[in-house]
Design a protein around this ligand. Structure first.
Ligand SMILES: C[S@@+](CC[C@H](N)C(=O)[O-])C[C@H]1O[C@@H](n2cnc3c(N)ncnc32)[C@H](O)[C@@H]1O
Length: 321
């Protein structure tokens, strides 16, 4: 394989849109920051999902005085940060972002970026076990902190529990049939065999939307990494730490994630809920956020053509008020 054949660690998605979203927040001169913030401090953005560092690099290029505190669960991400000035990368779960920021002496953020899900590197390296396209062990752990691997779910869960995982996290219509097929084929040793078993359980008439094992692999990956449980506490923590005028940008890739993001940001944007006929507010509700765009921002066709993994991306941006 020549150097040119080595795939990039990750091709970042919606980069220009993330930079445009973050720039007004991170450009605010420290002298103009609201009372209570430290005058003269550099702008600080949290990149909660560093991966190959594509979003961090673009933000650093756009904002020469920016400091990035970065997090990734995956130890492989460290290589992408090597030699990168103004970035401190921590191997951690983003649900622990407050601890990471405290270690860095940061108690206030100008921006936070979450680019959820898996990196291309995780999908492309067969040994990580994420892909139904490359043979590999049934692993799927983003980092060593995961409590179990995919082999445990595939080979040890009882049939109903396995069906529940596949239905809930894969939104898979044929979860029961797939769980039956997996249980009948145990022990399943690797991703190639799992993909084959799942494909055999999905009726031919339902096979027109991508690989028949896509949803099952997504479900197992989400369960192994407890992805959805980490998201809401991490958003809460990032929003607590954002200064007034600071912005949060979150890219999600499937409806389960996007629903959590959309609800959390929308809940923050709700102010007084008193009926309009009341002359004064009695509920005490005050909005903490302004939604920068009401609808999710989607990639242009040209980006999807260049990078098909961008297809399902949705970016939501909110500003602390
Ligand atoms: C889509 S990639 C991010 C790509 C990155 N924005 C770039 O430009 O290269 C998602 C990354 O988030 C990491 N990740 C996912 N969930 C995480 C969590 N709960 N805590 C920390 N990192 C997480 C994954 O390991 C992966 O590297």
């Amino acid at each position: 394989m020549s150097r040119d054949d080595i795939p990039p660690y990750h091709v970042p998605v919606l980069v220009d849109q993330v930079v445009a979203a973050m720039t007004p927040a991170a450009m605010t001169p420290a002298a103009m920051t609201p009372a209570g913030t430290t005058p003269g401090r550099p702008s600080v953005v949290l990149d909660a999902t560093f991966g190959g560092g594509g979003h961090s690099r673009a933000l650093l290029a756009a904002l020469p005085s920016l400091r990035v505190i970065a997090i990734d669960r995956d130890p492989d991400a460290a290589g992408s940060a090597a030699g990168l000035a103004r970035v401190s990368l921590h191997q951690a779960d983003f649900r622990d972002l407050e601890t990471v920021l405290a270690k860095e002496g940061v108690d206030e953020l100008d921006g936070a970026v979450f680019d959820l899900g898996v990196s291309s590197h995780q999908l492309d390296v067969g040994d990580r076990g994420f892909s139904y396209r490359s043979p590999g062990p049934l692993d799927m752990r983003m980092g060593p902190d995961a409590r179990f691997d995919a082999a445990h779910l595939v080979n040890d869960l009882d049939r109903d529990e396995l069906a529940r995982v596949i239905r809930r996290y894969g939104e898979e219509h044929f979860a029961g049939r797939i769980a039956d097929a997996i249980v009948a084929a145990r022990p399943i040793g690797d991703t190639a065999r799992l993909a084959e078993v799942v494909a055999g359980a999905v009726p031919a008439r339902a096979r027109d939307h991508g690989h028949p094992a896509r949803r099952t692999f997504q479900a197992l990956r989400i369960a192994v990494n407890d992805e959805l449980a980490a998201l809401e506490p991490a958003l809460d923590a990032a929003l607590r730490l954002l200064r007034r005028g600071g912005r949060i940008a979150v890219i999600s890739y499937h409806s389960l994630e996007d629903r959590i993001v959309k609800r959390r940001l929308a809940a923050g944007a709700v102010g007084c809920t008193c009926p309009p006929e009341l002359p004064v507010c009695v509920c005490g509700g005050v909005a903490e956020l302004r939604l920068v765009s009401r609808k999710a921002i989607r990639p242009h066709d040209a980006e999807i053509e260049r990078n098909p993994r961008a297809r399902s991306a949705r970016l939501r941006v909110a500003e602390k008020i």
